[in-house]
Design a protein around this ligand. Structure first.
Ligand code: FES
Length: 107
């Protein structure tokens, strides 16, 4: 189980899950098209750690960049990725307090 650290969150990748799927599951803002290393849309900056590829991806990958759709993590990684703008730092759609009527009516 590999640890993934982003700009907003830390989580564990599930068995068999790609980094792209893990980022999606945890509410991160990721782009993609092919999901198999051809288009380069999912490209992210790797801030720390190492990844490898079962076969070299066809999309261009610059220095310190990775393709989360098809890379394999070689241990913990840190990537330059943020949560979706509509999610708070806990990965929830709205802060819990928004639904606390007592707290809301005092404001
Ligand atoms: S989604 Fe196309 S290379 Fe990752």
């Amino acid at each position: 189980m590999s640890v993934v650290i982003t700009r907003d969150k830390q989580f564990n990748l599930l068995p068999g899950e790609t980094l792209l799927e893990g980022l999606e599951r945890t509410g991160h803002d990721v782009e993609y098209q092919c999901r198999s290393g051809y288009c380069g849309m999912c490209r992210l900056e790797l801030m720390d750690g190492e990844v490898s590829y079962a076969s070299p991806p066809l999309a261009f990958v610059g220095p310190n960049e990775i393709l989360p759709c098809c890379c394999e993590l070689n241990g913990a990684v840190a990537v330059d990725c943020h949560l979706r703008a509509d999610l708070d730092s806990q990965g929830e759609l709205f802060p819990t307090d928004l639904f606390d009527l007592q707290a809301t009516s005092k404001a």
